[in-house]
Design a protein around this ligand. Sequence first.
Ligand code: SAH
Ligand code: SF4
Ligand code: F3S
Length: 472
Amino acid sequence: MRQNVEIPAAEELQKQKLYTADMAAIMQVRARGAVPMAFVRTYGCQQNVADGEKIKGMLAEMGFAFTEDENEADFILFNTCAIREHAEDRVFGNIGALKNVKRRNPSVIIAVCGCMMEQERVAERIKNSFPFVNIVFGTHVIHKLPEMMYTAITDSKRIFVRGQERKEIIEGLPVRRDGKSRAWVTVMYGCDNFCSYCIVPYVRGREKSRHPDAIVNECRELIEQGYKEITLLGQNVNSYGKGLPEEINFSELLRRIDAIDGDYRLRFMTSHPKDATHELFDTIAESRHICHHIHLPCQSGNSRVLKEMNRRYDREKYLSLIAYARSKMPDLSLTSDIIVGFPGETYEEFQDTLSLIEEVEFTSLFTFIFSSRPGTKAAGMEDPVSYKEKTVWFSELLKTQEAIAAKRCAAMVGSEERVLVEERNEKNGLLCGRTESSIIVEFPGEDTLIGEFCHVRVTEARNWILRGEKIS
Ligand code: SAH
Ligand code: SF4
Ligand code: F3S
């Protein structure tokens, strides 16, 4: 039998460097001496944002500068998300709108990549309904962008690449980071959990952890460059380390990063409750740099629904984790994801979600109405509750959480917070940043403070946004 032999990562990277040099020369000619321009739009989660930063890194090496205007671009790329139907519909609409851009500028190269493209039905739809799209590629072949662009241009043909998941992670791709003070560092790729509603394991492949040295070195470089906040990324960071030659878990990885000296803070997402350990909470409590904030998606407060979701924890386990975490860190801030209207969920079961969020008092929530994803187990389940009814439950959830968030924020008035200033709010002219607990604080100040830590006294709570003043 013929074996599918994977080109070693270093060799693959070298090959792409050669294509990068060729592409730089080609684009110089195509842009007639001007700097070639790229338009890159990323949808979806931070994982996609991190991929987008690598794509921009590769484009920068090909000589591209970046634009926010599709009409002045020589290369347009949409990096897509498949998590909910609504997300997909938006992407289809926006790709459709590129037809006019292509008509005005026939030489523009249009590429679509990301999680949506790993689904056959979607890739087929692009192939058949959007003939002006030149390149379609999935999540496993990002590093081949130079080669795909080269082939699309020199052979004048459309390129479609799906699958080709690698065993070995490609390290060393260039990164062009969007921010100057906050950075994303992927620690693991893929997901093995197969929650019954979720498309991610199908479009992102199996869990693969990066080597700890590569992660620690990347963090050290970022801190040396002056980055003030690093967020470690993975669909389930708590299962970090599986399959690595060295025995290491996520807590140990956190300790190694935390050992780096410097003025920075560390976050991570996402933690799956089934793999969250006491060791993890102890590590956060004892660390120097890890924020006392954890994003721990519960999805539902009802144990039967959680079982149907294949989450592999129940309400009691979730609550006992939180009790332990809070016993170690009374100031711990918790955020979560909730799905409303999972197939078969009853109104009474939904009430258990409300009671859970009231019991835990989350700082904030990301809330979603269930969206059926073709190919997942939940897509085949009976779903008797109407969408309209679910929107009523959804409003109830929002109302409940808004009151909780407002109460938590009101309790912070008078406190002193260390805020990482992100930007100026153009609407009200105030500086805007986040506390360690991930709450937005606005306060008057100079532009020089953007990207820096500031000590701020909270003077007012406006629902779930705080106002304050800098402590000099
Ligand atoms: N790996 C993370 C979640 C990634 S997806 C975790 O396990 O927590 C982000 C969130 O989208 C999920 O937590 C879930 O709340 C929501 N989500 C995922 N699939 C969904 C679907 N089919 N319908 C509605 N919400 C969904
Ligand atoms: Fe999806 Fe579950 Fe994996 Fe999160 S852990 S990405 S919700 S399958
Ligand atoms: Fe979307 Fe893919 Fe993230 S489906 S949520 S961009 S992993």
